[in-house]
Design a protein around this ligand. Structure first.
Ligand SMILES: Nc1nc2c(c(=O)[nH]1)N[C@H]1C(S)=C(S)[C@@H](COP(=O)(O)O)O[C@H]1N2
Ligand SMILES: [Mo]
Length: 437
């Protein structure tokens, strides 16, 4: 059946409780299902789940069983898998359920979408231009896509990009913005030229501090003077081998929603630095001051703050490398398995600029952990696949939790980490539900 398409803004304006129910399967009034579940006893939770919670004595108080807390939407986006979850359609913001991220290389139709403005219309590959300018470039130079392909060697890398706000939905008090659960992350195979080769050709000066991108997407106001988003990275990150100006995802044109015909791809950092519909890169002799570089956008407090606290702009710092994180991509949450059956779990783990060193899983709410097999990355800044076998001894409700540890020994927290005003960098352990019969 074709899903209906309605603007979630319209829906929220009309009926916020219904909008919340559609998106989250829960109600937003004070007597909400979520609020109720937080207070609920084990008996009530078991009733809602339809089975007994095994290891209930290990379950932290106030924990909502993950099976009762899944996002869902009734909307569908053209070109994307029908089971992706549309959080917003003006602009498009669409996340991927964990079980659809099972591929080592994320297929185009399962790649999440995070737009700040409107997708550019009438894209023409043949006349598309990229200009390199800024204080640290002696003379601006403009390239066509054909020239980029001709002048520079092409490279292909698998690169993980994750929205800085992935996981925002779990923060309490809630942070405004797209209520991503776990699905604003992907790792595709990207082909393009190295930004460093292009900047070298343009004779980048030694006083370069930062790069900033500009894209062709229109501001939501449709005012062409307004820039939707123009972010960037320090020159050191820009000059890494894996920083690409890409024209292909998985060997094909990049999907229009993901930046066709040209985009920056900067793995390991918040995906907001990977500029889509790329038309210009400015090499700056100051920290780039484009739209959404200013506080509080894509910034977190310099020191830990209490949930709900107001943080001054000058006490915020720009997010750089993303924290260690992982997903369980198989089985799908809610799956039914047989008592004693061997279940093969799969997933991926990533840690920003770092490698992931170890992967652990728990079936008893984190009381004990079992080591998983972890593969090395195919190249730097690509996620690493992992697998593990478990067998569950009792009938009832189980949760599988996954925890990655990076090469510096830092692990994912089991609860939502450091509250921050904009709800960035939630790298809490991923949880799936299994029912044993
Ligand atoms: N031009 C442009 N580039 C952009 C954005 C945008 O709105 N416009 N969104 C950024 C953000 S916040 C994210 S998380 C990623 C999302 O990339 P995707 O839509 O391909 O998943 O693109 C980044 N690049
Ligand atoms: Mo983002």
């Amino acid at each position: 059946m074709k899903k209906k398409r309605i603007g979630i803004h319209e829906l929220y304006a009309k009926d916020p409780i219904e909008a919340d129910r559609l998106l989250w399967g829960r109600e937003s009034d004070p007597a909400s299902r979520r609020g109720f579940l937080k207070q609920a006893g084990l008996a009530a939770m078991s009733l809602a789940l339809g089975s007994k919670i095994v290891h209930a004595n290990e379950m932290p108080a106030g924990l909502i069983p993950t099976l009762l807390d899944q996002p869902q939407s009734d909307f569908e986006l053209p070109g994307k898998h029908p089971d992706l979850v549309v959080l917003n359609d003006k602009p498009w913001n669409v996340e991927t359920p964990a079980h659809l991220l099972d591929d080592v290389i994320t297929p185009a139709d399962k790649f999440f979408v995070r737009n700040n403005g409107l997708v550019p219309e009438n894209i023409d590959v043949d006349t598309w231009e990229l200009t390199i300018d800024g204080e640290s470039i002696p003379e601006p130079i403009t390239f066509s896509i054909a020239q980029l392909k001709e002048l520079f060697k092409a490279y292909t890398y698998q690169l993980t990009i994750e929205c800085g706000g992935n996981g925002r939905a779990e923060f309490n008090p809630p942070a405004k913005g797209n209520q991503w659960s776990t699905g604003a992350v992907a790792c595709a195979s990207w082909t393009g030229v190295r930004l460093k080769d292009v900047l070298e050709y343009c004779k980048v000066k030694s006083d370069a501090v930062y790069i900033g991108y500009y894209g062709k997407d229109l501001h939501l106001s449709r005012n062409p003077q307004k820039v939707t988003i123009s972010r960037g990275v320090p020159i050191k990150k820009a000059l890494e081998d894996e920083t690409l100006i890409a024209w292909a995802m998985n060997g094909e044109d990049i999907p229009v929603l993901n930046g066709h015909p040209l985009r920056l791809v900067i793995g390991g950092w918040p995906a907001s630095v990977s500029g889509k519909w790329l038309t210009r890169i400015s090499v700056r002799n100051i920290i780039h001051d484009g739209s959404k570089m200013e506080a509080p956008s894509y910034r977190v407090p310099k020191y830990p703050v209490a949930p709900g606290e107001t943080v001054k702009d000058e006490d915020m710092k720009i997010i750089e490398s993303m924290p260690v994180k992982s997903l369980i991509t198989y089985p799908k949450t809610g799956a039914t398995v047989k008592k004693g059956q061997t279940i093969k779990l799969r997933g991926h783990a990533w840690a920003g600029d770092l490698a992931v060193k170890e992967m652990h899983i728990s079936v008893d709410f984190g009381a004990t952990w079992q080591k998983a097999n972890l593969k090395p990355a195919p190249n730097r800044l690509a996620w690493q696949s992992w697998d593990a076998s478990i067998s569950l001894k009792e009938e009832g409700y189980y949760e599988v939790w996954a925890k990655a540890t990076d090469e510096k020994g830092i692990s994912q927290p089991m609860v939502v980490p450091g509250w921050n005003p904009k709800g960035y960098l939630n790298n809490a352990t991923h949880r799936i539900a299994l029912k044993v019969i």
